[in-house]
Design a binder for this molecule. Structure first.
Ligand code: DGL
Length: 267
């Protein structure tokens, strides 16, 4: 049935599993196909045209798998490839992880918004431009925090290593007196509590994975595409290169054991 087709979710690697997890929690009846481009990860330091090309390749695969919607569960790919994918696949809803956070900020009582993300996302200025376009009165500052994603992948979240790295980045003068901080990278929800504790109660920390899951729910509902299944959705997890390290960290990001299948996509 149309509505019970899977959702396609993709990321540069396993970090997008934080978005897949948020989707599984909010929409348990939905089936999904996750694709992590571990062969080409990380995207965060790559050129925009390269990220676009990889994103197009993965999206073609997901559409060929009969997906009813695509979630770009990667901030770097959302920044570099969203418009291109909308142009390539005009008949399928495409959700990115940036716009839901922008919308939330624009409707909230924010004053100074910080964004921490990969170099590719910061370089694109997509968050900053969209937030300013939505509300000119907001001050927006962004900071690349490239050490955080590898640190999380190596299992150092919640240790002195993450505390030191966060203090180094968040103590920056540009990030003083924030009202909000957007976690602009798929990996950062794993540091959410530490970041919130470091910044204190006056700063709201926004988890873009959860906001993207809510946006997906809204889009599916508005297009009458929500699953009508009464069973839990079926989930498949593909990666373009499977290694023992990815298998281990996949569990950390998704919060439960999952079986990764290797799938090589031809260009
Ligand atoms: N998924 C990426 C993002 O959200 C982080 C990891 C990477 O650099 O590939 O930007």
């Amino acid at each position: 049935m149309e509505k019970n087709r899977p959702i396609g979710i993709f990321d540069s690697g396993v970090g997008g599993l934080t978005v897949a997890k948020a989707i599984a929690e909010l929409l348990p009846a939905e089936s999904f196909i996750y694709f992590g481009d571990t062969r080409h990860a990380p995207y965060g330091d790559k050129a925009s045209h390269t990220i676009r090309e990889y994103s197009q390749r993965i999206s073609r695969f997901l559409v060929a798998q009969n997906c009813k919607a695509i979630v770009i569960a990667c901030n770097s790919a959302s920044a570099a490839a969203y418009e291109q994918l909308c142009a390539d696949f005009p008949n399928i809803p495409i959700i990115n992880v940036i716009d839901p956070a922008v919308k939330y900020i624009a409707q909230s009582e924010a004053s100074k918004v910080g964004i921490i993300a990969t170099r590719a996302t910061v370089r694109s200025k997509v968050y900053a431009q969209r937030i300013s376009a939505a509300n000119q009165n907001l001050t927006v500052v962004q900071k690349a925090t490239p050490l955080l994603a590898p640190l999380i992948e190596e299992g150092f979240a919640g240790t002195d290593v993450s505390k030191g790295a966060l203090a180094h980045y968040l103590n920056h003068s540009s990030l003083k007196k924030l009202s909000d901080l957007i976690l602009g990278c798929t990996h950062y929800p794993l540091l959410e509590e530490e970041i919130a504790a470091y910044l204190g109660p006056k700063v709201r920390v926004l988890n873009s994975a959860k906001l993207a899951a809510q946006a997906l729910q809204g889009v599916l509902a508005s297009q009458d595409l929500l699953s009508t299944s009464v069973d839990a959705g079926k989930r498949r997890f593909y990666v373009s290169e499977k290694t023992p390290a990815f298998t281990k960290i996949a569990k950390m990001f998704f919060g439960q054991e999952i079986r990764l299948e290797e799938k090589f996509l031809k260009s």
